[in-house]
Ligand binder design. Structure first.
Ligand SMILES: [Zn+2]
Length: 240
């Protein structure tokens, strides 16, 4: 006898079922998953494939998500790419009856404009100072402090698996994360750091990540790791 529970997603009926069968004299319990006409044994990955929402693949996914990413930075990058951060320009859009407090809103990093995705990454004077310094370490010294320019630059090199390219992606993500964190620390804790300190925290985050990775043992990679003051056999590995 087959028992089951159904779930209607769009025109597709997804059904979890279980079946009691007798095998070699023993009563067995068997579970399965039915997605439309497809019947398969139950697995969490199969269920996920059935119920997850699908959208067209974006051309920037591999500058956000990659094997050696720092997960919280990658998630933050995704929020920026989707313009999901609760920036001041959005808050002002929702508040149609601007009161005095709302009129006083301004970017807590430069105090010159309201903050927005474009402003924070990296057109704000404070953020631009950070970008001026980190882009040198990232080998992106000709890239302007504009999110679109940075994403374009990374996207053209997204398929590269070189250590230098990995460092670029880590630095960009760490910089955006550190700027947002600095902005929130100023707002919630009234504590401000100068851009030099924020830069130092960015380099620390990237360096700690690099220390835990394995790289091919080539002169170019060794020179790059030396620059980041990373030494030792545990880091450089012939296996790639
Ligand atoms: Zn600003």
């Amino acid at each position: 006898m087959v028992h089951g529970y159904g779930l209607k997603l769009g025109k597709t009926l997804i059904q979890f079922y279980y079946n009691l069968i007798i095998f070699s004299g023993m009563l067995m319990f068997r579970t399965g998953w039915k997605d439309g006409d497809d019947l398969s044994d139950y697995s969490s990955s199969g269920v996920w494939e059935s119920i997850r929402a699908r959208e067209p693949e974006v051309d920037w996914y591999n500058i956000v998500w990659f094997g050696q990413c720092i997960p919280r930075h990658a998630f933050f990058m995704w929020l920026i790419m989707r313009q999901k951060l609760m920036t001041q320009d959005k808050i002002l859009q929702w508040n149609h009856t601007r009161n005095n407090n709302m009129n006083m809103i301004c970017c807590l990093l430069c105090y010159e404009d309201i903050d927005s995705h474009h402003h924070l990454f990296f057109e704000c004077k404070f953020s631009a100072q950070i970008w001026d310094r980190v882009r040198i370490e990232a080998g992106m010294r000709n890239v302007d402090p504009k999110w679109s320019a940075i994403v374009d630059w990374l996207r053209h090199r997204a398929r590269s698996k070189s250590a230098a390219n990995l460092i670029c992606r880590l630095i960009v993500a760490a910089s955006a994360y550190a700027i947002w964190r600095e902005r929130n620390t100023r707002f919630f804790k009234n504590h401000a750091r100068p851009p030099e300190n924020v830069c130092d925290s960015i380099f620390d985050m990237v360096r700690y990540k690099l220390m835990g990775l394995k790289f091919k043992n080539t002169p170019k990679v060794r020179a790059l790791l030396d620059k980041w003051k990373i030494h030792g056999d545990s880091v450089v590995d012939d296996g790639g």
